[in-house]
Design a protein around this ligand. Structure first.
Ligand SMILES: C[S@@+](CC[C@H](N)C(=O)[O-])C[C@H]1O[C@@H](n2cnc3c(N)ncnc32)[C@H](O)[C@@H]1O
Length: 369
């Protein structure tokens, strides 16, 4: 019970990580590089934000004119509705506003809108953001925020980690472009992987390695940089906005060159790649060891998705219990044959020295014809 409430508290804290400005800038630059007019004349909605804290609103407001935006809308969630409450104190920005309301400050979300020059300085920027309290608490599932979603062209945010599945479904429910942060493991969720397989969702531009550093208000931190508390999370960007990296094929060696020259001891000097015992596919333990001339099915690490180019490979499925398609299996282990049959059925299996051994979960791919 104590463990359960600890993990709930941890999960609730994870909902309150804030994205760094340069991470947003780096990611968005990739879409602009691919299409400089990607945001021109468009409405961008930043839900699940906290504009007084968060960098999404700051970044888009500062670049409003550069990007040629039509409208920027960001919304925040009421402090009293948050799962993790941390002694809320409204900011000076809010308390000094003529329409500050001490009660609504706790129970209502806020909406920030930027669409014209309010200050009269001839520019549209962060100074022209206008805000008011929402009717409700700013829950992205509320009708009020759904209405904002429906008028937006782009939905961009780092949503609460505990509601990632729901948020993705909410964004995919409507035909909109979106860019959201989520845990790397989410690629294997049964609600997420099929979208990746069908090229309706893909990894953003930022590399997966090293995870992402978020600002946090809590004490259990991984680093403090210039007084800012930071936490490292294995997060990645998920999107349906096109970027150039996903159209760059991987530079790969042939199978025989991999077996001769690979930097990986599992392959160098070997006669062949392992063929799985329970899938009709070969085991490729590293993305950079994918043989460019192999025509059959290959099992590759999940991190392959960071480098996936749909013009180069086709994704066939996931070889992992739960997320995978059982029809892809060529063999199912039974308790009559193996006492550890259940473990063996969880992922692809290779036979080494006559003993079946699980590999990590794999994505099954093929070279595009
Ligand atoms: C991971 S934080 C990210 C904040 C901000 N988007 C950023 O990246 O800096 C998620 C935010 O969503 C808020 N939130 C939690 N549940 C929500 C819900 N159901 N609807 C809207 N926002 C929610 C959290 O309170 C938190 O402020």
């Amino acid at each position: 019970m104590a463990n359960e409430s600890l993990s709930k508290a941890k999960e609730a804290k994870n909902d309150e990580f804030y994205t760094q400005y340069h991470d947003i800038e780096k990611e968005i630059s990739a879409y602009l590089e691919y299409n400089p007019d990607v945001f021109r004349g468009k409405t961008v909605l930043l839900p699940c934000d906290d504009p007084e804290w968060s960098n999404f609103t700051k970044y888009f407001a500062q670049n409003f004119e550069n990007f040629g935006l039509k409208k920027l809308i960001s919304t925040s969630y009421a402090p009293e509705s948050k799962r993790y409450k941390f002694g809320y104190v409204p900011t000076l920005f809010e308390t000094e506003a003529p329409h500050f309301d001490a009660d609504k400050s706790k129970t209502h979300g806020k909406i920030f809108i930027l669409d014209h020059d309010v200050t009269g300085d001839g520019k549209i920027n962060v100074e022209d953001l206008q805000w008011q309290y929402l009717e409700g608490d700013g829950d992205f599932r509320s009708q009020e925020i759904c209405n904002l979603r429906d008028q937006a062209d782009f939905i961009i945010t780092n949503p609460p980690f505990s509601l990632f599945r729901q948020f993705l479904a909410w964004a995919m429910d409507v035909d909109k472009k979106f860019l959201i942060v989520g845990n790397k493991n989410a690629v294997t969720y049964k609600e997420v992987f099929p979208l990746i397989k069908d090229n309706k969702l893909w990894s953003g531009r930022t590399e997966w390695a090293g995870g992402m550093w978020f600002e946090t208000k809590y004490e259990d931190v991984d680093r403090v940089i210039n007084g800012v508390k930071m936490k490292n999370v294995p997060s990645i960007w998920f999107t349906n906005i096109d970027h150039g990296r996903r159209h760059q094929p991987l530079a790969l060696m042939t199978m025989s060159d991999n077996l001769k020259f690979s930097k990986h001891k599992e392959l160098k000097g070997k006669d062949s790649y392992y063929h799985y015992d329970n899938y009709d596919a070969i085991e490729v333990p590293y993305t950079d060891a994918i043989p460019c001339d192999y025509e059959g099915t290959m099992g590759v690490p999940i991190s392959f998705l960071d480098k996936y180019c749909p013009e180069q490979f086709v994704i066939i499925g996931m070889a992992k219990r739960g997320a995978g398609d059982p029809a892809l299996k060529s063999k199912v282990y039974t308790k009559e044959d193996y006492p550890n049959y259940s473990d063996l059925n969880a992922t692809p299996v290779i036979i080494t020295d006559g003993v079946p051994k699980n590999t990590y979960p794999r994505i099954l791919i093929r070279k595009k014809q």
